[in-house]
Design a binder for this molecule. Structure first.
Ligand code: N01
Length: 505
């Protein structure tokens, strides 16, 4: 398709045209850019609202931020990084890794930073996407969403919170100008972010009130620095790092059996977690409060050796009373107790199944992803395409999340599918593809069947894995290698296809 085939808009309004517009430059968007660069057949641009690559690893700079997936798995297979300093990397190292990968792959020149995509709209007539961005209009034959699932911080709707006069910020937007030393601090939430923040700040603050709505299950964190010998072996011994990676991958993958196939097998892990509570907490009342009332694995299992000891400190209080309101200098709990504070950290997670990004993407019927998901739930085909949204790839789309291993593996599987699709599209002169609703429905029926009986559905908890109807629209319920196999090839027969006419339209 060329710009000659359409009436040209006035020069002042002319949009820049590319074959592929990638939105976001975290692991998924960056991975897409690298694959497209390697493919070498499509012009592309990466639209990134931040000032750098890195996504969540650029944005989440809170004290203690680190990965709970082993470093060996939390890296691209094509950039394994023999330099990891520890078995579980901290945020600065992962961020730097992504920057280095972007540089080495020479894709930074394709990035438009500080570019906020406000709207993406499919144009049936022109068979392309129109993107309205903070830096002007762009048209693209294909859009790859790489915005990720954990990019839009969710703020709690607590009465009075907007009138709080102290320092207030979300864990994913840490205010580094705020010095918490000697301050009375409160943190709302006890998820993966909070359990890293609490031990990192407990020593320096005067008091720390940790507001817990639901106690999480915690397991030990087997983190350690790599020895010089290991690093040398990663770098110099052919196949060593690959083998280490494969062994960790296999060990992690076995967890699927307990999580998805036979949740009772998770009881052993639960016993380990209970033992950790007994070993690390002296106060019986605190032990009771931190013991979850649901089956392990139902919500994300957290790993930390430092969280319980931090809670056990004299200046830290775990508050399990609900929050009634926030006042300019305090929090009032449901029982009427007032807790005076200087700073409030909200570690309350992200908009996952209700991302604001969904309301800015409009498909072929003029309906937004938000409208479509509102009506039928967050559904896609193989987690990567959505019926009614032609020429659109959704990385980290519906039901691609994991509770046990690395998302990078899932992202790379999706990228295989995208690359194969782009090759076939080119070879077969395809103008548009749109997944058939019946193929999508059949896929989701199978998926939801597989989710029945899993710990995420039967474990007795609510979590961000579930949407407001109680459906699990975020997690992949099987082995990750089955996901990879499923996405090996772009299955054209599942799509409504149009081919280019003689004018390239
Ligand atoms: O967010 P969360 P997160 N009043 O949604 C509570 C990834 N991650 O930022 O459980 C009171 O898990 C909420 O309570 P409840 C990882 O995938 C990875 O911690 O809903 N409390 C919960 O305790 C993770 O799953 C790493 O009852 C409220 C907490 O806030 C995802 O990010 C590190 C509330 C939110 O927990 C999100 O983790 C960090 C309210 N109104 C994060 N609203 C790695 O290591 C919410 N809560 C890779």
């Amino acid at each position: 398709m060329t710009s000659k085939s359409r009436p040209a808009p006035p020069a002042t309004q002319r949009a820049r045209h590319v074959d592929v517009a990638i939105i976001g430059s975290g692991f998924s968007g960056l991975g897409a850019a690298i694959k497209l660069k390697k493919l070498g057949t499509h012009s592309f641009i990466v639209l990134e609202r931040g000032a750098d690559v890195g996504g969540t690893w650029r944005d989440n700079t809170y004290p203690g931020a680190a990965c709970d997936v082993p470093s060996q798995l939390y890296s691209f297979s094509f950039a394994r990084n023999p330099e990891w300093s520890r078995s579980f990397s901290a945020q600065p190292e992962i961020y730097q890794y992504l920057r280095t990968v972007a540089q080495d792959a020479d894709v930074l020149g394709h990035h438009q930073f500080g570019c906020d995509v406000r709207e993406a709209r499919w144009d049936n007539a022109a068979q392309q996407w129109h993107l309205d961005t903070s830096q002007g209009r762009i048209t693209a034959r294909f859009v790859i969403s790489g915005v990720g699932a954990l990019c839009e911080p969710a703020l709690p709707a607590i009465p009075g919170i907007e009138d709080f006069e102290g320092q207030l910020f979300h864990s994913a937007r840490w205010d580094h100008s705020a010095d918490l030393t000697g301050k009375r601090v409160a943190i709302i939430g006890t998820g993966a972010s909070a359990i890293q923040i609490v031990p990192a700040i407990a020593e320096k603050v005067a008091t720390l009130d940790v507001f817990q709505r639901t106690a999480p299950w915690l397991l030990p964190r087997f983190d350690r620095p790599y020895t010089g010998l290991e690093k040398l072996a990663f770098k110099k011994v052919p196949g060593f790092q690959k083998a280490a990676r494969a062994a960790i991958y296999a060990a992690r993958e076995t967890q699927v059996v307990g999580l998805a196939k036979a949740p009772k097998l998770m009881l052993g892990l639960q016993a380990l977690a209970q033992g950790m509570i007994r070993a690390q907490i002296r106060d019986p009342e605190l032990r009771r409060k931190v013991t979850p009332d649901f089956r392990i694995g139902c919500k994300r299992m957290l790993i930390s050796n430092a969280y319980y000891p931090a809670l056990d400190r004299d200046n830290v209080d775990l508050v399990t009373e609900g929050i009634r309101e926030v006042r300019p200098g305090s929090i009032i709990t449901a029982d009427g107790t007032e807790r005076e504070i200087d700073a409030l950290i909200v570690a309350t997670g992200f908009h996952v199944t209700d991302s604001p990004m969904f309301s800015g993407i409009f498909g072929k019927d003029g309906r937004s992803l938000a409208d479509v998901f509102e009506e039928s739930g967050m559904k896609g085909y193989k987690g990567t395409t959505v019926a009614g949204f032609p020429n659109f790839f959704f990385l980290v789309g519906p039901n691609t999340g994991l509770g046990h291993t690395s998302m990078v593996y899932m992202i790379e599987s999706q990228l295989n599918y995208v690359v194969d699709a782009l090759k076939k599209i080119r070879k077969n002169n395809i103008a548009t593809f749109d997944v058939l609703p019946e193929a999508q429905d059949e896929f989701n029926a199978g998926l939801q069947k597989n989710l029945q009986g899993t710990v995420w559905m039967t474990g007795g908890c609510g979590s961000w894995y579930l949407d407001k109807h109680g459906n699990n629209t975020t997690l992949w319920p099987g082995f990750t290698f089955s996901f990879r196999n499923m996405l090996k090839r772009f299955d054209q027969q599942a799509y409504a296809i149009t081919v280019m006419d003689s004018h390239g339209m």
